[in-house]
Design a protein around this ligand. Sequence first.
Ligand code: GAP
Length: 441
Amino acid sequence: MAQPQVMDKLVSLCKRRGFVFQSSEIYGGLGSVWDYGPLGAELKKNVKDLWWHAMVRARDDIEGLDAAILMHPRVWEASGHVAGFTDPLVDCKTCKARFRADQLEDAKCPQKPSRHPGEHSTCELTEPRMFNLMFKTFMGPVEESASVVYLRPETAQGIYVNYLNVLQSSRQKLPFGIAQIGKAFRNEITPGNFIFRTREFEQMEMQFFVKPGDEGEWFERWRGLRMAWHRELGLKPEKLRWHEHTGSELAHYARAAYDIEYEFPFGWSEIEGIHNRGDFDLTRHQEHSGKKLEYFDQAANTRYLPYIVETSAGADRVALTLLVDAFREEQVDGELRTVLGFHPRVAPIKAAVFPLVNKDSMPETATELFNDLRKRFVCFYDDGGAIGRRYRRQDEVGTPFCITVDGQTAEDRSITVRHRDSMAQDRVGMENVAAYLAERL
Ligand code: GAP
């Protein structure tokens, strides 16, 4: 299948089956803002739950945080975002389109035939000007410069300004980390590729505070752990790779940075960044707030500003990666079968329960089983249409197991479990179904 076609098919499947809808669609949509439907909300929740479990609950040395989106405006002066979180923007006076000046080779002029901006004789591009990506709003009833606040462009700063609060209240010692999941906003000039680059998105960020000198070792350790996490989601290992940032690619805060990239239909692109931020952030916040942010190292009887290793992933990008990685079409008995081959861990629905036909007490038995299973797993009940069609509908949304109550169930209380990928069926006693699923999920 041609690669661009994969994205078109996926976007259409996401809408048709309730994964992702365009924001405010009935009003014509809002540029690069998306809403998650019933199945998309489950998928993204699974991503965030797995991240939170791996980063917070399964570790003794990381604490969770849920900081507010709105922060004191001086936070963004200290962080460097007011001065430096900018992209070079050019406008075309002819077609009124806007482009990133540093990405003109990847952009398309809206005029036909298809060419890059500036290549048509009628193109009239302005000189590049720096455009700040932060969304501004006003706190209180007066719209004046004194009341400007920003929608946070990253969740990390909420962690830095709370680092002493968390340290003291949790009685942690270095090395330790703070993790949070939350919305971030960027007024991207060239968003796109569905939910890959959007103006409102969710980040899953962890800042690990270490003694100066230990950051190199922790940087390597976190690189290994984060790549392993993506593989455990079931992503194809050959589709994942590292990209090291060098020279001007390095963000203003980073001493070293590696991206975890995935090979999307539109090319290799970043899904997570691992950054050695040194003492940049705490130094800046200490200077701008006038508050001492040093750590007292009891063992060494000395004070210092910790260094920070950051892991920063996008929940939406990981969700898109899972969708792309899982999508496949295959011929089965002369018919096209569309499958989202999710790892059971991330699948939005874990099991679907069907009565084979709507008679002979099958619906009653299937409902009883469904009500029992849904206490433990996200399940779906479907009694509509031929059984083959019901299987296909679940294949398309990635449900790993379909359970059917049939004629034999009344005789020996057994049901069939049909596996999404192999389409093989097992006969399992009704009493054992929950354990059967738990073992495989
Ligand atoms: N605190 C560091 C930081 O924010 P970043 O590389 O700008 O670093 C980290 O962003 C991650 O956030 C990216 O790897 C990506 O997954 C996600 N992300 C960034 N901008 C995004 C956007 N416009 N839409 C969706 N996800 C985005």
